[in-house]
Design a protein around this ligand. Structure first.
Ligand SMILES: C[S@@+](CC[C@H](N)C(=O)[O-])C[C@H]1O[C@@H](n2cnc3c(N)ncnc32)[C@H](O)[C@@H]1O
Length: 270
């Protein structure tokens, strides 16, 4: 594979060290995440809500989906628009998964999996009508991601993305640790301040609701963890990775009001 799929963070319990040949932590982690309907919090309803905020899109918009994972939102975007979605991810198995899913959903002609790093995806500048990213820009940090999104967009094009935000100030250490790989994580206000600094005007934003964490993400994740523990194929490292995924779910159950995902929609001015 092209590197760790995730580092820390919802969706993304830390895999711990993955460079020792004897460890099966990464295998266990991928066995969980590659099986899920989506690789982070989200829902078709949230995608549709954010898309509806992008008024005046052409009938067949050119869309780039950065960090698409298995493509849950990619497929929704293809179905909810008449456009073509270039779906970028640096983990090749997700491109294969998305190819299969697009065929099953009858939209292979409008979904283009593209294995690349979002830092330099090798796509033309100023072409996209819409750049989308759910739960993925944090991998390179918003300050690095926003200029790259801006460059991909034609003037007047939209950017829609989710990002993890703090919702309270009293954050327990265990929660801070969960987000340790995202040291620049801020509040909604912090993200709103970054947008104009990178040439975007805000259209709007809304919190990703709790059901979008559970229905297609943590509930199937819990079931998958149970299944993998029972099948006995993982050693201590793998089981510890499963424990970390489980602990992430427990943290959200207990402290989910202290952090969350926010959907932001912004526009590159014409
Ligand atoms: C939390 S998952 C979200 C996936 C999907 N958007 C979803 O919500 O189901 C983050 C995705 O970003 C991808 N990713 C991480 N770093 C990346 C990078 N530098 N370039 C491209 N994709 C990256 C990972 O492989 C993973 O699929």
């Amino acid at each position: 594979m092209d590197g760790p799929v995730h580092r820390g963070r919802p969706g993304l319990a830390s895999v711990g060290p993955v460079n020792q040949p004897e460890t099966s932590a990464l295998d266990a982690f991928l066995a969980v995440f590659e099986s899920l309907p989506r690789q982070g919090p989200g829902s078709r309803a949230c995608t549709a809500q954010a898309l509806a905020m992008c008024e005046g899109l052409p009938p067949e918009p050119d869309i780039v989906d950065l960090g698409c994972g298995g493509g849950a939102q990619t497929l929704d975007l293809a179905e909810l628009t008449g456009g073509v979605v270039v779906a970028v991810d640096n983990h090749a198995p997700f491109a294969e998964l998305l190819t299969r899913r697009a065929a099953a959903r009858g939209c292979s002609d409008r979904v283009r999996p593209h294995i690349a790093d979002m830092t330099d995806p090798g796509l033309p500048a100023e072409r996209a009508d819409l750049v989308w990213s759910e739960g993925a820009l944090y991998n390179i940090g918003l300050a690095a991601a926003l200029p790259r999104c801006h460059r991909l967009l034609r003037p007047g094009g939209y950017l829609a993305f989710t990002d993890a935000v703090w919702r309270t100030q009293d954050i327990p250490d265990a929660v801070r640790e969960l987000f340790a790989d995202y040291p620049t994580m801020g509040t909604v206000a912090d993200v709103l301040a970054l947008l104009p600094a990178h040439g975007f005007e805000l259209i709007g934003h809304f919190p990703v609701p709790d059901d979008a964490w559970w229905d297609e993400f943590y509930t199937p994740m819990r079931a998958r963890i149970t299944e993998l523990r029972a099948n006995g194929s993982f050693g201590a490292e793998g089981l510890a990775a499963l424990d970390r995924c489980d602990a992430e779910i427990d943290l959200f159950s207990e402290h989910g009001h202290r952090y969350g995902y926010e959907f932001f929609v912004a526009r590159r001015p014409s």
